[in-house]
Design a protein around this ligand. Structure first.
Ligand code: SF4
Ligand code: SF4
Length: 90
C-alpha cells in the first residue's frame, strides 16, 4: 500500500456516506460494545463508532475522502523510496 489512511473519529457523525461511496466496499462502520468490544452494525447517535478500512480491498482512490462532509478521512502518501534515494544522493 503506497498510502496511509488517517481517520479522525472525533469528527465522524456516522452518516455512512463514505461506506456507500466506496466502490469496493472496503469501509465498515459500526459501534463497539463497551463491555465485549464486539462490533454492532448499527450506529447509535454517532457514539462509539468505529470506521474500519479493509486495506486488502482499498485502492486509495480517494472517493471516500470526497464523500465525507466532515473531513474525517485523509489519504496520505507514504514516503516513496525513489524520493528517499534522491535525498541521499546529495
Ligand atoms: S480510498 Fe477508495 S477504495 Fe479506499 S476506502 Fe476510500 S473509497 Fe474505498
Ligand atoms: S462520511 Fe465521514 S462523517 Fe460520514 S460516516 Fe464516513 S467518515 Fe463518518
Amino acid at each position: 500500500m503506497a498510502f496511509a489512511m488517517h481517520i479522525n473519529m472525533e469528527r465522524c457523525t456516522g452518516c455512512n456516506n463514505c461506506v456507500v461511496a466506496c466502490p469496493v466496499n472496503a469501509l465498515e462502520l459500526c459501534t463497539v460494545d463497551p463491555a465485549t468490544t464486539d462490533k454492532i452494525y448499527q450506529v447509535q447517535n454517532g457514539k462509539a463508532i468505529s470506521l474500519d478500512v479493509n486495506k486488502a480491498l482499498c485502492a486509495g482512490c480517494g472517493v471516500c475522502v470526497e464523500a465525507c462532509p466532515y473531513s474525517v478521512i485523509k489519504l496520505v502518501a507514504s514516503q516513496a523510496p525513489v524520493a528517499k534515494a534522491a535525498e541521499e544522493g546529495h
